[in-house]
Design a protein around this ligand. Structure first.
Ligand code: FAD
Ligand code: FES
Length: 258
């Protein structure tokens, strides 16, 4: 499903906005339409109130509660936009647009492997809730961790951190090799080096992988070509460019040229 251009900015009520780890915030927003339409792996554009920050910030949907019209986002404070979001409180309102992007294509597999890194972890929670069959989750962080208990409700979880502060010291893909991965498909979201390793691993195992790209974005709605990535294609040059915000953010790993 590609982005629907008929969607417009909506004002949403903030139910809560709490720091859940160092500089990582969990915000619950009431917005029935977004909650109703959302699928795992999609994102919303979150708008700043400050006029000096016109461009929206894309943030993945971490959890969705259709019955109550709630969506949860989990974000790391990295710059002025996310800093502004962290100052918002329950009862405040925030403008959002969504849900955007294609999301994961949930396959009816017996065993799925889920691999997340840093702020690529949040969209995988709603995915894990919705996946059929057995699920094994591998999460990697620089230091510390977040959302682990939430994932443990639905799957076996393995953690790696760069500094060894939680779980195994090292990269999440090294941990996967150590634990041993067996499954029919990999779903992944995280930083580029991790996605490259996941793509290679899927090729070695000869299984499919869907990867969600965390490209820098401008408009977030397909209008500025600020987010293009190279995708294999049957053209003279062997590839074409696609927009991560509109055609993605989830792509078949086999198609992505890093
Ligand atoms: C599809 C998608 C989903 C994302 N989901 C999450 C999430 O769930 N949690 C989370 O913490 N972060 C997520 N990010 C990254 C998040 O969008 C950036 O951290 C955020 O936009 C930074 O804004 P800032 O104003 O704080 O930082 P600044 O660096 O000041 O941002 C300046 C500009 O660059 C853009 N920008 C900066 N970094 C990124 C980035 N990594 N990706 C896209 N645009 C960027 C901003 O949108 C803004 O227009 C996601 C990014 C994408 C593309
Ligand atoms: S961010 Fe503008 S086209 Fe994707």
């Amino acid at each position: 499903m590609c982005q629907d251009n008929s969607k417009s900015k909506q004002s949403a009520l903030i139910i809560s906005n709490e720091e859940i780890a160092n500089n990582v915030y969990k915000m619950i927003i009431k917005q029935e339409q977004v909650a109703n339409e959302a699928k795992p792996g999609q994102f919303i554009n979150v708008y700043c109130k400050s006029e000096s920050r016109i461009l929206p910030r894309p943030i993945s949907l971490c959890e969705v509660n259709r019955e109550e019209g709630l969506v949860t986002i989990v974000y790391l404070v990295v710059g002025n936009g996310t800093k502004e979001f962290s100052s918002l409180q329950a009862g405040d309102r925030v403008d959002i647009l969504g849900s955007l992007g294609n999301g994961f294509d949930i396959k009816d597999c017996k065993e799925s492997i889920i691999v997340g890194g840093g702020v690529g972890t949040p969209p995988l929670l709603e995915l894990v809730k919705n996946l059929p069959g057995k699920k094994k989750v591998f999460l990697g962080f620089r230091t510390g961790s977040f959302l682990v208990k939430e994932f443990e409700k639905y799957a076996e979880v393995h953690i790696a951190t760069d500094d060894g502060s939680v779980g195994e010291k090292g990269t999440v893909t090294d941990l996967m090799k150590k634990v041993g991965v067996q499954g029919d498909i990999i779903y992944s979201c995280g930083p580029k080096p991790m996605l490259v390793a996941v793509k290679n691993m899927a090729e070695e195992l000869d299984i499919d992988a869907q990867i969600s790209l965390e490209e820098r974005m401008g408009c977030g709605i397909g209008a500025c070509v600020g987010c293009i990535c190279k995708i294999k294609a049957d053209t003279e040059i062997g590839y074409t460019y696609k927009k991560v915000c509109k055609d993605g953010p989830v792509f078949d790993a086999k198609e992505v040229i890093f």
